[in-house]
Ligand binder design. Structure first.
Ligand SMILES: [Zn+2]
Length: 225
């Protein structure tokens, strides 16, 4: 691939910072936890741009966004997010992932602390690509084990929960990944609310097939109706 203009990389770095700020402004993450990345290819460079570790998002500059190769080599003045492994591993196996948002979203994380995924209690669950949103088993943050669990839980999906930790959403752009993360948190909140009254009535497999087909037919994700 030919080299890309510096302005393109700069714009993507700015978009990563803006998405990290938007993630907190949307209420799906607080403080310095969570992280955001975007796939980046430039000449021989094949990797992604990821938020650095330990810097509040409102003090993170585009220059501090860390460029990492798919081999895991970092290029930057600061260290990458401690969760760079699952970003790397997701980009390595998921051609549909152009951006990844990881958040400690309160409702999604509440469910994840109960090791509960989100079942098809609402048709919009299909926005994440399947009939449920899985919860990956627990592993220590930053480890290869956590990354392996995340990649497995994301099979056929664009989002998953991480037990006792948070959630991951991916998409065709930083905006799409962020929008999905917000949607997953909304679903998690509605599911949590329903659980306060009892067990919500799940949609049948056949009905979810119909919804999945409609999502495919109308482009994905379809606007809720
Ligand atoms: Zn985390």
């Amino acid at each position: 691939m030919t080299a890309r203009p510096k302005s393109e990389e700069r714009a993507l770095r700015e978009a990563v910072v803006a998405t990290a700020l938007a993630m907190n402004a949307a209420g799906i993450n607080r403080g310095k936890s969570g992280n955001v990345s975007a796939r980046w290819r430039d000449g021989a460079f094949d990797g992604f741009l990821v938020t650095p570790t330990g810097i509040p998002y409102d003090r993170t500059t585009p220059e501090q966004i860390v460029a990492m190769t798919l081999a895991g080599a970092a290029r930057g003045s600061v260290l990458p997010s401690s969760e760079w492994r699952f970003h790397r591993d997701i980009y390595a196996v998921r051609a549909d992932a152009q951006a990844i948002v990881h958040a400690h979203a309160p409702f999604a994380t509440t469910l994840a602390c109960m090791h509960r995924g989100i079942p098809p209690f609402h048709y919009m669950i299909a926005v994440a690509g399947g009939k449920d949103i899985r919860c990956a088993p627990y592993a220590t943050f930053g480890t290869q084990e956590l990354s392996d669990h995340a990649v497995a839980a994301l099979a056929g999906r664009r989002a998953c929960l991480l037990a006792n930790h948070g959630m991951i959403a991916l998409g065709a752009s930083v905006d799409a990944a962020l929008a999905l993360a917000v949607e997953v948190e909304t679903l998690a909140e509605m599911y949590w609310r329903a659980l306060q009254i009892g067990e919500p009535v799940p949609l049948s497999d056949a009905e979810m097939d119909v919804v999945m087909e409609k999502f495919r037919t109308y482009g994905q994700p379809q606007e809720p109706v």
